[in-house]
Design a protein around this ligand. Structure first.
Ligand code: NOJ
Ligand code: CA
Length: 578
């Protein structure tokens, strides 16, 4: 068998992302921590996930909550100690589960010892660990690149009279990977955690680590955030640095790597993930999670339709088949809540959350579930004014739009309320107590008041809950070669509301049918597809008796009306005569 088609544990795993600050507080200081996570491992095991991905747990200034690392090899004291981490690993391994860490290698905090040294003088040994350039002739920044926050990507340092580069905030300086010393130190750091028994990495902003260091001027200046990305994404030495990481570090451990890479073509993904090339195991499919974002300004919403989503999914499912691997993810700590942006957080919250769970867990690719999505958590209503918002991207957007461009504050707040990352970072809702079982102390971000109806305790024993559906799907998926590895084919591709597809592997055939809309949808299957359903069993559905009726009608070629977000999963559909 070609190496690329080989079964691997990381292809068969379901990953669950924990945002440590918001998962479980053990010592009642209002901040989630490692002991809190340990106390919830039974829950995760019951859900059935195999791998935990922890958002950064390293010492940080909390400018970007862990993505501004001060020391890559120490634990943020708010979260606990190295012993806690070791205990977490032991407890996970004892349950046959794995742990992957977030590897933040594109930048460090400006409080990192390297950066402090670097900014102290032009000839310091660490100067070249970062990018420093002289001002432009007019004294301004060396070029017109904008950061992910929307300000200049260059920050002037008065002491040494040069600018340094920061793709994110001014407190996150970009590392110069062209410097072999930086690479050597980073490799050493990667080994440090792997030697402790960590099972892999989600690599943050990985395709940005090689840049065009002639820093050509951006031409896409109409873009509000991160213009010029063609000069620093998938850059000139990216494959060389990844291959080196693989040979120096990854190849020596039983582990896997997932790249967070935006602005990638499918050709790039094939290069990053084809095992023959020895770079990474998979790249996350980020595209779908950006479907509501205006490409020129991510804070503005753009309308989307199901055809667009079908196209994205078909591309990743079909074009990558046999040529690479991906992580399927629809939400994480950087986006609004899944059910709020892709489903319906109001009347059809439960139905749409279930549909989205079915969708994600029946595609090929390693699923990445974000904490709380398995109970249908929603966006948060706490952001009345900008002072209620903690995350830096939103705050910078407000600063630029309202203070500099004079935009109407309420108009900008409306965008922020819909899109801000705070939405996904409110405390996990375990029960309906004052702080939702997350803590007994007021948490760092307010608990969503809908904890009264949406919480874990209410769902784990309910056979009809979103949680139970996720658990069932995870177990089904684990045992099904077709769901794990099978070919994907879109059915009824012209349909405006129904997203239907088959997954097939040898003689195992599934049909997944999702009413991806908040309206009732009438459907009559073409005879060819209906006849394939005669042998099929309805394995899972969102609307119990009604879905069973729908299934009966569809199989007998009768029209049926699917309720909003009603979804059906059939196994054992017959093979297409060829
Ligand atoms: C992606 C992370 O998910 C996000 O939270 C962070 O702000 C940026 N990378 C920068 O590290
Ligand atoms: Ca705590």
């Amino acid at each position: 068998m070609k190496k690329i088609m080989k079964p691997e544990f990381w292809k068969e795993s379901v990953v669950y992302e924990i945002y440590p600050r918001s998962f479980q507080d053990s010592n009642n200081d209002g901040i989630g921590d490692l002991q809190g996570i340990i106390s919830r491992l039974d829950y995760l095991q019951d859900l059935g996930v195999d791998v935990i991905w922890l958002s950064p747990i390293y010492t940080t200034m909390n400018v970007d909550y862990g993505y501004d690392v001060i020391d890559h090899c120490t634990i943020n004291p708010e979260y606990g100690t190295m012993e806690d981490l070791e205990q977490l690993l032991e407890e996970l391994h004892g349950r046959n589960m794995r742990l992957i860490l977030d590897l933040v290698i594109n930048h460090t905090s400006d409080q990192h010892e390297w950066f402090k040294q670097a900014r102290s003088s032009r000839d310091n040994k660490y100067r070249d660990y970062y990018f420093w350039r002289d001002p432009a002739p007019d004294g301004g920044p060396p070029n017109n690149w904008t950061s992910f926050l929307g300000d200049s990507m260059w920050q002037y340092d008065r002491e040494t009279e040069q600018y340094y580069l920061h793709s994110y905030s001014v407190h996150q300086a970009d590392l110069n990977w062209d410097n072999p010393e930086v690479r050597r130190e980073m490799h050493q750091m990667m080994r440090f955690w792997l030697d402790k028994g960590v099972d892999g990495y989600r690599i943050d902003a990985v395709n940005a680590i090689s840049k065009d260091t002639s820093f050509p001027p951006a031409t896409d200046t109409h873009k509000m955030q991160a213009n010029s990305s063609e000069f620093y994404k998938n850059g000139p030495h990216i494959h060389e640095y990844l291959h080196e990481m693989y040979t120096e570090v990854f190849s020596h451990y039983k582990m896997f790597t997932t790249g967070e890479a935006s602005d990638v073509s499918l050709e790039d993904v094939k290069e990053y993930t084809n095992p023959e090339r020895e770079e990474m195991n998979m790249v996350l499919m980020i595209e779908a999670s950006k479907i509501c974002d205006d490409p020129d300004d991510m804070w503005k919403s753009k309308s989307w339709d199901l055809h667009e989503l079908k196209e994205i999914v078909a591309k990743w499912q079909n074009d990558l088949y046999g040529e690479g691997w991906m992580g399927t993810y629809l939400s994480n700590h950087d986006h609004p809540r899944l059910v709020s942006y892709l489903g319906d957080e109001g009347e059809y919250r439960v139905e749409s959350a279930k549909m989205l769970g079915i969708f994600q867990l029946t595609l090929r690719g390693t699923p990445y579930i974000y904490q709380g999505d398995e109970i249908g958590m929603t966006n948060s209503p706490h952001m009345h004014t900008i002072d209620d918002v903690t995350e830096q991207q939103a705050r910078m957007y407000y600063e630029l739009m309202v203070k500099e461009h004079g935009e109407d504050p309420e108009k900008i707040m409306k965008r922020i309320r819909t899109k801000a990352r705070d939405n996904a970072r409110t405390p996990m809702q375990w029960d309906d107590s004052t702080y939702a079982g997350f803590s007994e102390h007021e948490p760092w971000l307010p608990v969503n008041p809908n904890k009264a109806e949406i919480h874990v305790q209410d769902q784990t024993d309910d056979p009809h809950s979103i949680f139970t559906l996720y658990r069932t799907l995870i177990h089904l998926r684990r045992k099904s070669a077709a769901l794990l590895y099978g070919k994907y084919e879109c059915m009824l591709s012209e349909h405006d509301h129904i997203f239907a597809y088959t997954r097939e592997w040898n003689d195992e055939h599934w049909l997944i049918m999702l009413n991806f809309s908040r309206s009732e949808t009438e459907l009559q299957l073409p005879q060819e597809l209906a006849s394939r359903l005669e042998t099929a069993e309805l394995i899972l559905c969102t609307h119990e008796d009604h879905s069973r009726e729908v299934a009966r009608a569809l199989i007998s070629e009768q029209p049926a009306t699917l309720k909003p977000y009603e979804s059906l999963v059939f196994r054992g559909i017959s093979i297409l005569d060829s």
